[in-house]
Design a protein around this ligand. Structure first.
Ligand code: SF4
Length: 394
């Protein structure tokens, strides 16, 4: 079934020289595709932002930018991208680096799993592909952290392969162009949207076309307030024709937040402060942090008792908790965390073996060499080397 067979009979409601938007259940016909590509690319020529990762087609730089941009704003990524490439200018340099160095450079960008997977993938590329980013789609998909979208982006932008892409911005754009009202993340939704993204690809200059799709999705077909009046493909858009821009894509069910209380401990011993390495499965896998755990109690004395028990379990140490020095509120995924930070004094070793994978006693001026969680970095500023005062009020 082609687009025309489903269009409004006998009319050209958008005055677009006989072209009619198509629905999600059909694929665009050749005249729609031609008009869409022409308008999109012409708009992109005039409106593309000058982003550092667009200046070269080096597969490593494209790959790095795609990983950094996952769930992260362009403005946040810019400085990280430059610093990272300066420190690790090649895949070999990244592969040779210590994971701690990689995480230190990634610190603040969040979703640290991305950095660890990038590093692992660099080592695999050196081992299996002599340090050259592979252009074989199967080999690319086998690398850690690379899914269908990221593979499509790298292969099209860096190697000019005819691969479609579908990330958050292009998913929204394609869903609106086709007026797809279903769940865009469902299997059926993904099948339809990927089929459409593939159908609209031009024969050449695919990387540029894909970047133009992302740019239009990000800058014009925005999530909350699409700028349809400035959209170069407005007359081809089914959602606009039907006035459905605000309803497509279907809003996700509201995230339910869970409030939790945690405690962190600034434990001193002979001018050094204790840090623990976060386990491989946690939120901050591979990073360092102050001993930290969830607390169930709220009454100050009960919290202190819990803190003593948890320090024995996590670090295998006996401590004497002192005053609460700071409370930090922050969010991680669905958790809204209230983190109470306590000073404590070292008393001795406990009988338990520590549950933490690694412990280090550091001088405060050494913190800078270690990748810390965001709250860990805030606490590090408080670690000024003064002995903990005697117990105070919470
Ligand atoms: S017309 Fe509006 S809804 Fe349609 S693609 Fe353009 S910006 Fe998006």
């Amino acid at each position: 079934m082609n687009a025309k067979s489903l269009s409004e009979k006998g009319s050209d409601p958008l005055g677009s020289r006989g072209l009619t938007p198509f629905r999600a259940v059909e694929l665009p016909d050749s005249s729609w595709r031609r008009a869409f590509r022409r308008r999109l690319l012409s708009w992109y020529r005039r409106n593309a932002r000058d982003l550092p990762w667009r200046r070269a087609r080096d597969p490593y730089a494209v790959w790095l930018s795609e990983i950094m941009l996952q769930q992260t704003q362009v403005a946040t990524v810019r400085p990280y991208f430059g610093r990272f490439l300066e420190a690790f200018p090649t895949i070999e340099a990244l592969a040779a680096a210590d994971e701690q160095q990689v995480l230190r450079l990634w610190e603040g960008l969040g979703y640290y799993r991305r950095a660890r997977q990038l590093h692992r993938a660099a080592r695999l590329i050196v081992r299996d592909h002599a340090g050259r980013f592979p252009c074989d789609p199967e080999a690319v998909r086998r690398l850690p952290g690379i899914g269908r979208y990221t593979a499509g982006a790298i292969l099209s932008i860096a190697f000019g392969q005819r691969r479609a892409i579908l990330e958050a911005n292009t998913t929204r754009l394609v869903a609106r162009l086709t007026a797809y009202r279903g769940d865009v993340q469902s299997a059926a939704g993904q099948r339809l949207l990927w089929a459409t993204a593939e159908a609209v690809l031009p024969r050449k200059d695919i990387g540029r076309f894909n970047q133009a799709m992302m740019e239009l999705g990000s800058e014009v077909c925005r999530g909350r307030a699409p700028r349809c009046e400035a959209c170069p493909v407005a007359t081809l858009c089914r959602a606009r024709l039907e006035g459905l821009q605000a309803e497509i894509p279907r809003p996700k069910p509201k995230q339910r937040f869970e409030r939790v209380r945690e405690a962190a401990v600034l434990l001193r011993r002979r001018g050094r402060v204790l840090l623990v390495r976060c386990g491989d499965e946690g939120r901050w896998a591979g990073l360092w942090d102050f001993p930290r755990f969830r607390v169930e109690q709220t009454e100050p004395e009960a919290v202190r008792r819990e803190l003593v028990e948890q320090m024995a379990r996590l670090c295998g140490l006996v401590v004497r908790p002192a005053d609460r020095i700071k409370t930090i509120k922050h969010g991680v995924t669905r958790f809204r965390i209230t983190l109470d930070c306590y000073r404590a004094d070292y008393v001795g070793r406990a009988r338990q073996r520590p549950a933490a994978p690694e412990l280090k006693w550091l001088r405060p001026n050494e913190f800078d060499h270690y990748p810390l969680s965001t709250t860990g970095r805030k606490l590090a500023k408080l670690a000024d080397g003064k002995p903990a005062p005697r117990r105070g009020r919470s």
